[in-house]
Design a protein. Structure first.
Length: 376
């Protein structure tokens, strides 16, 4: 947990117009009853009557009284001193010192304080590979599917891989402005060539940087790409069942398709094939759960990971795309879905609300390995 730490003695002697003094301007009491500044360049404080109340404004860390909060502080008795012409100078330094303190506190505590500063200034920064969640969409539009779609769609791409036995269509998530894209390993495994199309229709060729079949993850790099919008990577450990999520991908080659739903379960043990010859097939990428096979046979070479389950509609081609929380942070990489496409009853065809995503914290912990060029 982040907390604001205040050093001993700081902000204990308000002065001037009520602003907290800087550390080097604290007054020391003279035994003869006069007040002498620690720094001789600073004027003495103005006179205050004993017990005079002072209404303090909210401080940087939300405490009580003085510079810390909205309480009332009572000043000790100060003997009357001569009026000084530089009162306006003190009133100028006070707010500047407080603003600097707020900025420093924001940099130190991060998280909540930085978010509060964003809200005050009206800025919303997309942070790639962040360790904490950010507000990709304004807080007033949190949970708005259209706002999430506008903010995150430029960070999701369509991937078409040419294989020996056909083609594979999937999706990917941009994690750097120079064209690094995370996707599922099964989307690009065994590909002789990879083409990527961004949301604005620009096409690139791509090469595989690293793969991790044990987690069904891969990192590819678009050639000659720059200025792409990286996604904000959130915190999948903060998800709870029932949280709203949005999925963006290219099902059946329909680039930029947006669906929504909730987190319907967490920590599902999903088993998928690692054999590159196990294509997606008509029913979607085969997987195993609870001892049952779905969408075909997973084969003998498999890997198991703990997945996020969602009822957001996923279809073949969504693999490698983004699962996004209400603030616009990517919390998962969509990887498997149950499909009844092969059922004789056409009413059962398509997504039935059983989709699975690799938690984004798993992706973040694996990025360095993928970037190193590991081919596992």
């Amino acid at each position: 947990m982040s907390e604001s730490i205040r050093r001993s003695g700081e902000y204990e002697h308000p002065q001037g117009d009520g602003q907290a003094p800087a550390a080097d301007s604290v007054q020391s009491a003279d035994p003869r009853g006069t007040s002498a500044p620690v720094n001789p360049e600073w004027p003495p404080p103005p006179p205050y009557a004993p017990g005079r109340p002072f209404a303090a404004g909210p401080g940087a860390d939300g405490g009580q009284g003085g510079a810390d909060g909205g309480g009332t502080a009572t000043f000790p008795a100060f003997p009357a001193g001569p009026a000084h012409a530089s009162t306006s100078r003190k009133r100028t330094r006070g707010p500047l010192a407080l603003l600097a303190a707020v900025a420093i506190a924001s940099a130190v505590v991060g998280g909540g304080t930085a978010f509060a500063f964003q809200e005050l200034t009206g800025t919303h920064t997309v942070a790639a590979s962040s360790t904490t969640t950010t507000n990709v969409v304004p807080s007033s539009q949190r949970g708005s599917i259209s706002a999430i779609a506008r903010a995150v769609t430029p960070s999701v791409v369509e991937i078409n891989a040419t294989l020996d036995n056909g083609t594979s269509t999937g999706s990917g998530v941009v994690v750097s402005s120079k064209g690094e894209v995370v996707t599922n390993n099964h989307v690009i495994a065994g590909a002789s060539s990879i083409k990527v199309r961004t949301s604005d229709g620009t096409s690139y060729t791509a090469q595989v940087v690293g793969t991790d079949s044990s987690k069904d993850l891969a990192l590819i790099k678009l050639r000659n790409a720059s200025g792409l919008k990286p996604a904000a990577l959130g915190d999948s450990d903060g998800l709870t069942v029932g949280d709203q999520v949005v999925a963006i991908g290219s099902p059946e080659g329909l680039t930029g398709t947006v669906t929504s739903g909730i987190v319907s379960a967490l920590h599902r043990d999903v088993t998928v094939p690692t054999d590159e010859n196990q294509g997606q097939g008509d029913g979607g990428w085969p997987f195993q759960f609870g001892g049952h096979q779905f969408n075909g046979d997973t084969g003998s070479s498999t890997t198991t990971y703990r997945a996020i389950q969602t009822d957001a509609s996923l279809n073949p081609g969504n693999s490698g795309g983004a699962l996004i929380d209400a603030s616009g942070n990517v919390v998962g990489i969509n990887s498997a879905m149950y499909s009844a496409n092969q059922a004789s009853d056409s009413s059962n065809a398509g997504s039935v609300g059983l989709g699975f995503a690799i938690p984004i914290n798993t992706v973040k912990s694996d990025l360095a390995t993928l970037r190193s060029g590991s081919q596992n």
